[in-house]
Design a protein around this ligand. Structure first.
Ligand code: GLU
Length: 268
């Protein structure tokens, strides 16, 4: 039996809704409705530093004004509630732990100062610092891949700040499909080990987005092209979580640019 079509619009409440965002929501809505499916509105509010008071209500009102009424949302909870990511922290924690246990993620204790030093040091030599297989186990970075289990445990227990990183694979060509862009190949050696959990105990967009799209049974991810570069990480996350066979289809929409072509159309 084919799955019910489910799309989602997943804005972060970081300010007014962008024209490009409204268009993404419109496409998600139209695609769902054309296919007798559901259109879900999920609030991606895990980045506390970018939280803007009132932005969430503004987004809800904007969509209502446009007539894009979600089938499931914070205001109309369905079986996959809650629809606000800040209320789903325990769920993400569980999957981050699963990834660590299965060897797909690890704890990293490097301070922002140390990472900044490596970045500058690389820059000075005309290189770009990427935290991945190149250097994660070479001794200059401090993570659970180089520490013993006891050392890692005692650092965590001592209250040292850490993040959880995804262990991106080495020497692989990843093949992705995008409904708009077609077939895409990517060399995994250029991918960084994305942070899945931040030092403030909140998940990053990458982890929360994948977990929720899976649990909310999203079949089609329709979003702006700025997320295309994150898609290889997302595909790898699906694979590492054992969800590859239920992975949604991706459609990355071209951005709406300023009339002069320089940058995105401004929010104002
Ligand atoms: N929270 C992301 C945003 O603000 C969602 C991107 C996506 O649709 O995956 O655009």
């Amino acid at each position: 039996m084919s799955r019910k079509i489910r799309t989602r619009f997943a804005p972060s409440p970081t300010g007014p809704l962008h024209m490009g965002g409204v268009r993404t929501a419109l496409y998600c809505y139209l695609f769902a409705k054309k296919n007798n499916g559901d259109f879900i509105l999920r609030v991606e509010d895990t980045d506390q530093t970018r939280f803007v008071e009132g932005a969430e209500a503004y987004i809800f009102n904007c969509l209502a004004w446009c007539g894009l009424e979600p089938d499931e949302s914070v205001l109309k909870p369905g079986e996959h509630a809650p629809y606000r990511q800040s209320e789903r922290k325990a769920i993400y924690c569980q999957y981050a732990q699963q990834l660590i246990q299965d060897g797909h993620a690890y704890y990293a204790f490097d301070t922002p100062e140390v990472l900044d030093f490596h970045r500058k040091d690389h820059e000075a030599n005309g290189k770009t610092f990427i935290y991945n297989w190149h250097n994660r186990e070479k001794g200059r970075l401090v993570n659970s891949l180089v520490l013993t289990e006891e050392e890692t445990k005692s650092k965590i227990e001592a209250g040292e700040t850490y993040v959880i990183r995804f262990k991106s694979p080495q020497d692989e060509t990843l093949h992705l499909k995008d409904i708009i862009r077609g077939d895409i190949s990517i060399d995994t050696n250029v991918l960084d080990d994305k942070i899945l959990f931040k030092s403030d105990g909140m998940p990053t967009y990458h982890l929360a987005n994948i977990v929720d799209d899976h649990l909310m049974e999203i079949t089609h991810v329709i979003r702006g092209e700025e997320w295309l570069s994150s898609t290889p990480h997302h595909v790898l996350l699906y694979r590492s979580l054992g969800w590859e066979s239920q992975m949604p289809a991706f459609a990355h929409l071209p951005l709406i640019l300023r009339p002069n072509g320089k940058g995105k159309l401004s929010k104002r």
